[in-house]
Design a protein around this ligand. Structure first.
Ligand SMILES: O=C(O)CCC(=O)C(=O)O
Ligand SMILES: [Fe+2]
Length: 331
């Protein structure tokens, strides 16, 4: 029997699966609370219930989007399990034995809605993940313009984030899971419809989470499966300890750059709808201070790994090269 635990978003409470690691709750703070500002400034996650970032989209649901989103194409992922583990198509040739963990196809919104129902009979799940673009209909444009750009742009300026790179629309079936990974951008994650469980780990947890090599299609994703952790292969995963929360309609979660996150659409209203606000990170400071922080060290490791892979010009040679460099010398 798998154990469960209860999590709340402050309004509703949910029974969720209990994993092997311990977690603390991510603080939920008003956008007017100085502590909320402090956390964002210090690169710490916080749930903000009253930023009204996507209040203009509070009426969004599948029917409304179906009628208003237009005839554009939406990248949709198909998985035969609950998990949607991201992979980079361009890196697939680097690993000959790599089996794609999911399929992807660009669909119109109408096709997406129809395929959700077809998928159900085949035990196949869908997850739409598409950057909002100019193909959307006029009502969606108007909702988009009504986002609280004042608040989010003020945050960007105050915290010296780089430019906004995109707003990704995510529509997932309940039960869908985005396995644990980190992104190289700052993210104000806005929940529109339904509830999502977020499990976060700070960049310091890099050694406990065993990310795939940078040249692997699943770069930035952990190799550890939370449902069946292989402690022999990944012994330090026993030391992992994280943070978690549930976000519901109207909530914003600040996910700091390089913070690990697993995201689970909680079974409740059939599906979930979210919009991301991704920003480039802060510029590297002119005067570096020491010791470097964990996120700077992760960025450095990535650069060194990429340099080695590029210099060898053959991904197959990287593991032995890395081992020769480290094993028995630094271990
Ligand atoms: O909501 C999800 O399923 C994934 C979201 C995510 O990974 C992100 O916003 O960076
Ligand atoms: Fe992410």
């Amino acid at each position: 029997m798998s154990q469960t635990t209860r999590l709340t978003d402050g309004r509703k409470s949910f029974e969720v699966k209990k994993y092997t690691f311990s977690t603390e709750v991510i603080p939920r703070l008003s956008c007017h609370d100085p502590e909320c500002e402090e956390r964002i400034e210090n690169g710490l996650p916080v749930v903000i219930p009253d930023a009204n970032l996507v209040a203009s989209a509070r009426h969004w649901n599948l029917d409304y989007l179906h009628d208003n989103i237009g005839d554009g194409k939406f990248m949709t992922y198909f998985s035969n399990s609950k998990k949607f583990k991201y992979y980079d198509d361009k890196k697939c040739p680097n690993i000959k034995s790599f089996k794609k963990p999911m399929e992807q196809e660009e669909l119109t919104f109408d096709e997406f809605v129809k395929k959700i129902n077809k998928g159900k009979s085949k035990g196949q799940r869908l997850y739409l993940q598409q950057t909002l673009n100019e193909t959307v209909g006029k009502n969606i444009v108007s909702d988009f313009l009504g986002f609280n750009w004042n608040w989010v742009t003020a945050q960007q300026k105050k915290n010296s984030f780089g430019p906004l790179t995109n707003n990704m629309l995510l529509i997932g079936q309940e039960g869908n899971i985005t396995p644990v990974h980190y992104d190289e951008q700052e993210n104000f994650f806005a929940q529109v419809y339904g509830y999502k469980r977020f499990i976060l780990f700070p960049p310091e947890e890099f050694p406990n989470l065993y990310p795939h090599p940078t040249y692997h299609p699943c770069d930035r994703q952990s190799q550890v499966d939370f449902d069946e952790p292989d402690f022999e292969k990944f012994p330090k995963f026993r030391n992992a300890s994280g943070f978690e929360t549930v976000v519901g309609p109207g909530d914003v979660l600040y996910i700091p750059i390089y913070w690990w996150h697993q995201v689970e659409s909680i079974p409740n209203e059939g599906h979930t709808i979210s919009v991301t606000f991704w920003y480039k990170g802060r510029p590297t400071p002119e005067k570096v201070t020491y010791p470097l922080n964990a996120h700077q060290k992760v960025a450095m490791m990535r650069n060194i790994e990429k340099m080695i892979a590029q210099a060898l010009n053959n991904p197959d040679e990287v593991p032995e090269f890395m081992q020769n460099m480290v094993l028995g010398r630094y271990t």
